[in-house]
Design a protein around this ligand. Structure first.
Ligand code: SF4
Ligand code: SF4
Length: 529
């Protein structure tokens, strides 16, 4: 596995600048170098900026591609600031929550668990079976609409603050990498960082984290008892389980040590839907172009201190000093000054980086800030827009339907079907044989007995394969049954009765049973002695 080399500011090499985000020091040399050098960072082509008329086609494809199509490794500088502090708190709380969720039980069931093996989904105390098509469809639609609504309001707040990919990458794997390899733009400290051994030694730590993460992930899909058995038992006792754990560990390792931001940029469909989910009033991370442009330091003081712009003078520049800190801190390698981009996960690192620069220069913070396209154009922020009103109405409707359907689900689901094979069979004694299948799903959390009976057909004989039918919790059993009816009971080839299924908690289900037979009743055959 190849190791990511520094891509900020120049991939494969430590940056020449001593600029750090913790103590921002923007030297004139740095600013000049950043604004004039022809490397790949300065070539990220703004589509709207007057500074970047030469559109860079490679950047217009992917921010993580070099001009020759090879991977541009991103090693973002860490930018300390108010948003990073808040994100850290949220991230570590979420990591604890991700671990705890499968362990928390409501009504004796895990709070969230998609038990694939047992084909049962537990969500907040309710159990869903694969037969709950309507419930699951309503749940999916409701969740989708909620995501649409939150995105319309707050942009990609999920991606930047709560997505497990971001949380684990930025607050677990990336800190480990910085500990072992050093941070871009900072002097390397200690043997691990200076000798370069950390580049290799970080992998065993990654592996241990991935192993632990794989178990956290699997706890959402297999029961905790099962997982404990996998952890403490010999792999030889459960080779399939062991294989699954190893596979997921490998996937985690691949993701967090190699694939990284590509998940957000290339794989995740959510980012690609932004253009339809966002509107001009959605809150997103924006660069204030009016305030920032024309970017660059004031001309005429080479080698001197960074000059502040003097309003009203001909050589006035905007507040952006083109230091590129917002670019080198970006985990997806984009330049926020180019406007809204699919790759932006709203991680707020560029806000912290730029705020530090502005503070250092004695200018107001917020050149990059949470804002909306409309607000950037001087229009008032509007929270009441058609989609923002329509989404909650639809969400309320869908979840009301969901609740009603959920409340109406009983102890069992019953389906009565015709048997396989010929529609009916004439017996020698003149009776007609029909076969039926009774499918019962036990929706309770305990094994239950169900009885099957027939009524409404005089002289009929009903022979289920099993009666009572014992069904385990959440399981489904299909019982075949034979119905023997006199041929005279059929009118125009049809006879009708009632099938009754009873079970625990006074469960009772009645269904009309249509039987097929001859159009004229067959005479009983004479039995010769
Ligand atoms: S927006 Fe801020 S951080 Fe980015 S280049 Fe301009 S001054 Fe530097
Ligand atoms: S542009 Fe800013 S908010 Fe968007 S991903 Fe990059 S650093 Fe994060």
């Amino acid at each position: 596995m190849s190791s990511p080399s520094s891509a900020a500011p120049a991939p494969g090499k430590p940056p020449a600048s001593s600029t750090t985000s913790a103590t921002v020091s923007v030297s004139p040399a740095d600013a000049a170098r950043a604004s004039t050098r022809p490397d790949r960072l300065s070539s990220i082509a703004p589509t709207t900026s007057p500074h970047n008329d030469q559109s860079d086609e490679a950047r217009s494809v992917l921010s993580t591609l070099n001009d020759d199509g090879s991977r541009r490794w991103i090693q973002p500088k860490l930018s300390e600031g108010r948003f990073l502090t808040r994100r850290r708190i949220v991230a570590y709380l979420l990591i604890a929550l991700f671990v705890a969720l499968p362990l928390i039980h409501v009504n004796g069931k895990p709070l969230i668990m998609l038990d694939v093996v047992a084909r049962r989904f537990h969500l907040f105390g309710a159990t869903f079976l694969p037969t709950d098509t309507l419930l699951l469809a309503l749940l999916l639609v409701g969740t989708g609409l909620t995501i649409f609504w939150l995105t319309a309001l707050f942009g990609r707040v999920w991606c930047g603050w709560a997505c497990p990919q971001t949380v684990y990458m930025e607050f677990l794997y990336r800190p480990i990498e910085r500990l072992f390899e050093g941070s871009p733009g900072r002097a390397r400290k200690g043997w691990l960082q200076t000798s370069g051994a950390g580049k290799l030694l970080k992998y065993p730590i990654y592996l241990a984290c991935s192993f632990a993460l794989a178990h956290t992930f699997l706890a959402y899909f297999v029961s905790w008892d099962q997982l404990r058995h996998w952890v403490f038992g010999s792999p030889l006792d459960h080779p399939v389980g062991f294989g699954v754990v190893m596979l997921v560990t490998g996937a985690m390792m691949f993701d967090f040590s190699y694939f990284r931001e590509q998940v957000c940029i290339v794989v995740c469909p959510y980012g690609r839907m932004q253009s339809v989910l966002l509107d001009r009033h959605s809150l997103i991370v924006r660069y204030d172009q009016k305030r920032g442009e024309p970017r660059g330091r004031k001309q005429g003081k080479p080698g001197g201190d960074l000059a502040l712009p003097v309003l009203g003078t001909a050589d006035r520049t905007g507040d952006c000093v083109d230091c590129h800190l917002c670019v080198t801190t970006c985990p997806t390698g984009i330049d926020i000054r180019n406007g809204l981009q699919m790759e932006c996960v709203n991680c707020t690192q560029c806000i912290d980086a730029c705020d530090a620069v502005m503070t250092k220069l004695g200018r107001p913070r917020g050149l990059i800030r949470y804002s909306s396209t409309a607000a950037m154009e001087g229009k008032p922020l509007s929270m009441l827009r058609p989609r923002v009103v329509l989404y909650p109405m639809l969400i309320a409707l869908v979840f009301t339907l969901f609740t009603l359907v959920l409340l109406n689900t009983g102890v069992a689901d019953v389906t009565v079907m015709r048997g396989l094979g010929p529609p009916f069979t004439m017996l020698e004694d003149g009776r007609v044989l029909n076969t039926v299948r009774v499918k019962i799903v036990n929706r309770t959390d305990a094994p239950a007995e169900f009885r099957i009976a027939l009524s409404g057909l005089d002289g009929a004989e009903f022979k289920p394969l099993a009666d009572p039918v014992l069904i385990k919790a959440g399981e489904m059993v299909t019982t075949p049954a034979q119905v023997l009816v006199s041929g005279s009971a059929f009118k125009r080839g049809h006879a009708e009765g009632q099938i009754l299924i009873s079970g625990p908690k006074n469960f009772s289900y009645t269904s009309t049973l249509s039987l097929m037979g001859p159009h004229t009743a067959a005479e009983p055959k004479e039995t010769r002695p």
